[in-house]
Write a protein that binds this ligand. Structure first.
Ligand SMILES: [Zn+2]
Length: 189
């Protein structure tokens, strides 16, 4: 292949955004119920890496933005992304129960009217939810989407290889930052 060789790219971006008036964030009864259903009862794994431990539940459309959003548009976008596709649902512990639950929801509530609706929730491990450089809250959407589309198996670079590389780069980055700050304590990575 000619052209640009593989390379590491580091960038910084700043974001500014407006938040509509919203209630004080607290875990709703619906969120608690759906978190238990998806993660604990149906055994849905991390949507990114397939991990089954250290799992958290992420709102695709953030709770704080919800009052400014059009539920119909939200529903359309969630359909387009299709988090709960065959590939993902097949990796749950209770495949049929999960699929039946989602099908029943689609029938009873065609328009998603709450951020705590199961279709707006996705199970992620802590690393792919909140940790720096790997979590959905810390990487840009184009990058996160590309990670999600790297094949899990049968690829030049599988998703677990890519994620291991990201974790290593992140560890090296922290070592370099510590070195720059003169409190470097070497450890094997
Ligand atoms: Zn994960």
């Amino acid at each position: 292949m000619v052209g640009i060789v593989e390379h590491f790219k580091k960038g910084t971006f700043e974001e500014k955004y407006w938040l509509p008036a919203h209630n004080k964030r607290r875990e709703s009864a619906l969120f608690r119920k759906n978190k238990k259903l998806l993660r604990d009862d149906f055994g849905a794994p991390c949507w990114i890496c397939g991990a089954t431990t250290d799992l958290e539940v992420h709102h695709v459309f953030e709770w704080a933005f919800w009052n400014a959003l059009d539920p119909r548009k939200v529903t359309d976008i969630l359909h387009a992304i299709e988090f709960y596709d065959e590939d993902y649902t097949a990796r749950a512990k209770e495949v049929e129960r999960l699929r039946l639950h989602l099908a029943a929801l689609a029938k009873s509530k065609p328009i998603i009217d709450s951020p705590d609706d199961a279709r707006n929730l996705v199970v992620l491990c802590r690393e792919h939810h909140r940790l720096g450089l790997t979590g959905i809250h810390t990487v840009s959407f184009p990058l996160w989407l590309a990670i999600a589309a790297v094949p899990i198996t049968n690829a030049v670079l599988t998703r677990s290889q890519l994620l291991a590389a990201v974790a290593r780069v992140s560890a090296i980055d922290q070592e370099l930052a510590a070195l720059a700050a003169n409190n470097y304590q070497p450890h094997r990575i």
